[in-house]
Design a protein around this ligand. Structure first.
Ligand SMILES: Nc1ncnc2c1ncn2[C@@H]1O[C@H](COP(=O)(O)OP(=O)(O)OP(=O)(O)O)[C@@H](O)[C@H]1O
Length: 230
């Protein structure tokens, strides 16, 4: 597993409200395989998640992934830490499904044909191979979410950060994505309002008003959230 370390991290609002912190100060060491971030709307969960691959930079303090500072080693951190957005539109930038997955394979030394075959193999794992040449815009919300996950995993990150990955999915795909995420060998940090999903993790952090108000075994954390915070 990777070692994710946040030390005295704060995230301030942009100017002109800089004095107000959205998050922190947060100090935590995340080494378990599956960690959930739960808490009310606007509490800072996405901000926390985005810190972990350098999408958001701390205003003070530091975030280290296996000793690599997200500010100083941003490229190396992004290779290690994949990010799955709640809104797949933020992630899917190529015209077709196959091209989007192929984009994730760009760091591998593959011929054009090999890349295409590999992209199709990834799509097939998620039952999306029949949509390989379909425009991303004509996919359903759920199909786009599945495609975004496929593309994120095709880059073979050591850690996957998933920000509300099941919001657009129906019951069957929620179970499917959940089962798939929990079968991954990678470390997983998942932001979710789905307490069933959260309770399957090894550890959960309850975030409220920008601070960690509970940190412990997932079931205890979901109980705390329901009894004290919600
Ligand atoms: N660029 C920004 N400018 C102003 N406020 C911001 C900015 N980014 C985040 N915030 C505020 O910071 C707070 C935390 O936002 P964040 O998205 O991290 O919460 P969240 O816990 O993920 O919420 P949700 O569950 O609703 O997705 C919110 O009040 C949000 O409005």
């Amino acid at each position: 597993m990777a070692r994710i370390e946040l030390d005295g991290v704060t995230v301030a609002l942009p100017e002109p409200h800089r004095a107000k912190a959205i998050l922190g100060p947060v100090t935590a060491s995340l080494t378990e395989q599956r960690i959930a971030l739960i808490g009310p709307n606007g509490s800072g969960k996405s901000t926390f998640a985005r810190l972990l691959n350098g999408l958001t930079q701390p205003s003070s303090g530091s975030v280290l992934i296996d000793g690599l500072n997200t500010r100083k080693h941003s490229a190396a951190v992004r290779r290690r830490v994949g990010f799955l957005f709640s809104d797949p539109a933020a992630q899917l930038v190529m015209p077709t499904a196959a091209e989007d997955v192929a984009l994730s394979l760009r760091r591998r030394k593959l011929s054009k044909n090999e890349r295409r075959m590999e992209a199709h193999a990834w799509l097939a794992r998620f039952g999306l191979d029949h949509l390989a040449d379909v425009s991303v815009h004509s996919l359903s919300g759920g199909q786009r979410q599945l495609l975004a996950l496929t593309a994120a995993l095709a880059a073979e990150p050591n850690v996957l950060i998933a920000d509300e990955p099941t919001t657009l999915l129906d019951l069957r795909n929620t179970r499917r994505i959940g089962d798939y995420l929990f079968s991954l060998p990678q470390q997983l940090v998942i932001v979710t309002h789905d307490l069933e999903l959260a309770s399957r993790c090894d550890r959960a952090l309850v975030i409220d008003s920008g601070t960690i108000v509970f940190d412990g075994p997932a079931r205890a954390a979901t109980d705390y959230y329901q009894a004290v915070v919600a």
